[in-house]
Design a binder for this molecule. Structure first.
Ligand SMILES: [Zn+2]
Ligand SMILES: [Zn+2]
Length: 248
């Protein structure tokens, strides 16, 4: 197994993040954002891809929020707009139904409208940053499964660190490649972790709501102040930094 992937996985499991896979994903995402905001956006090989794909809405927003790479972004968007225009506009033109519904006239207009909408949705969602992140996460998941089987020092880390629900789902899918007895042990670890996390979050969110009762006004917040944000991250694996100040 490649050390290059083992080190960041161990680091993530050793850190005090809420989900090690979210933390690995966020780091990979930052690297790829920096990459696409850097000189690469001017290089012909990268431009050939990004001119065609653009970026998904989430990563467009992140690229826009950065101060860097404005010229590269502008050049990429100019070619990307032209590429989208050529395909989407001609598909839209072909999709306009005949105004009157005579015999043989435009009876398949509904299918054409759906096909055009599908094309737009597919192209809007296409994103090389998402593709790169998914590739990296695939490697990290392989490493986690490998270390679970071969690295005795890793198992306690796995037991001590819960994952958000979307990443628990990724690990479950990977566990289908384990033997039944290995999967039994691996999934029991996931189960215990998620049971514990559900309990903690349910209690903390409940106390958050009870603090609105005037009788509890002067009682301590405990861990409830950011219970909403922690619950949202556990449920969604969301990339956004939920504003923890809002809890007050
Ligand atoms: Zn996660
Ligand atoms: Zn994306």
């Amino acid at each position: 197994m490649e050390k290059i992937y083992m080190i960041p996985v161990n680091d993530a499991y050793d850190s005090d993040c809420e989900c090690p896979l979210c933390s690995l994903r966020d780091k990979a995402e930052k690297n790829y954002l920096d990459y696409y905001l850097g000189p690469s956006l001017m290089e012909p090989d990268t431009r050939k891809i990004t001119n065609k794909t653009g970026f998904c809405p989430v990563h467009m927003g992140m690229l826009n929020n950065s101060e860097a790479g404005r010229l590269g972004l502008g050049l990429m968007l100019h070619t990307h707009l032209k590429d989208m225009d050529a395909e989407v506009t001609s598909k839209l033109e072909q999709s306009v139904p005949q105004a009157s519904s005579g015999f043989l006239k435009g009876k398949d207009y509904k299918a054409k409208l759906t096909a055009c909408a599908d094309l737009i949705d597919k192209r809007v969602a296409t994103c090389p940053i998402c593709d790169n992140i998914n590739d990296a996460m695939g490697h990290y998941i392989d490493v986690i499964i490998w270390m679970f089987k071969h690295d005795s020092a890793f198992k306690p880390k796995l037991q001590n660190k819960t994952c958000c629900l979307p990443h628990t789902s990724l690990l479950l899918r990977a566990a289908t490649n384990l033997s039944q007895s290995d999967a039994a042990e691996f999934v029991t670890i996931l189960l215990n972790n998620s049971k514990e996390t559900f309990k903690v979050l349910e209690d903390d969110v409940e106390w958050f709501t009870l603090k609105f009762d005037y009788r509890n006004k002067d009682k301590p917040w405990g861990n409830s102040k950011n219970a909403i944000q922690r619950s949202m991250r556990f449920l969604s694996s969301d990339r956004r930094d939920f504003d923890e100040q809002r809890a007050k």
